[in-house]
Write a protein that binds this ligand. Sequence first.
Ligand code: NAP
Length: 318
Amino acid sequence: MTDPLFKKIALIGIGLIGSSLARVIAAKGLAGHVAIATRSAVTLDAARALDLGDSYTQSNAEAVRDADLVIVSVPVGASEAVARDIGAHLKPGTIVSDVGSTKASVISQMAQHMPSNVHFIPGHPIAGTEHSGPEAGFAELFENRWCILTPLPGTDADAIKRLAGFWEACGSTVEQMDPDHHDRVLAIVSHLPHIIAYNIVGTADDLETVTKSEVIKYSASGFRDFTRLAASDPVMWRDVCLHNKDAVLEMLARFSEDLSSLQRAIRWGDGDKLFELFTRTRGIRRSIIEAGQETDAPNFGRDPPKSGGPGAGDTSGH
Ligand code: NAP
């Protein structure tokens, strides 16, 4: 048996991402000891019942004591409070990272509380589902997914290498990026699609000319695919919108312009324009499948309908 990568890993926040980390760390033997901290007694009890770690506490300061690696997995708006809790309790040389979906804001919240003798290296695994909480995690979540690290200039190269090695051991491929660039890229590939999904599902819910039961009944015609994204955690996505405000607003402005142009093409019967766009976008999906980031199974690999009417046996695809 080889030595674990880290003697002690502290996981602060044990929802979907934190508990998936706990599971893969255990499965691959990446730590000698896993300390788990979360805000509420209810979530802590759930983590204990699932046997996700070696020690459990509601105190962030207690969890990080003697840890070699600390990973913060809480909604991005809570990053500063966590950093303030742990700053004075980190041992020299500890690597402190996070998994937050926005990076510039997390850096401005956390860096100020990090002592100069620890390595603060922000990160973001590009992996997730619409489910949350410790029960929702699974060890394979990060497999064949990207993990983006956004180290600050001057960060110790060995520490970056150790953290990258950790994510690789979790199954991910690691890439480094400037935090502002990360926030613009994620605004288009993740944040905008979620905002569009929340909006379209909200619009359908508000429509009084179509009854609610018809929205649900005929949802397999397209609407259903938006509801998966729109079922994502409201706290997490509130924080993403508030903490990546500039990039999200920029992408929303571009989206609105393009939508107006599409609207004009429909109004004026410009079939060529519609056909050109719909052909181009089909190619994008093909590229995503070729890159191994999606299955090419029809209907997102959902189970075929079972008895009880069309769509009765559908699952969410996760
Ligand atoms: P989650 O399942 O909802 O779990 C959230 C965890 O954070 C829980 O342990 C919760 O503690 C704790 N928490 C919530 N509010 C807090 C607060 N105000 N102060 C301190 N702790 C708080 O969330 P998640 O999906 O794992 O997301 C965690 C982070 O990962 C977020 O920053 C998100 O942007 C990022 N991320 C998410 C995904 C995704 O698909 N979900 C993907 C990549 C990155 P209690 O339950 O004890 O209150």
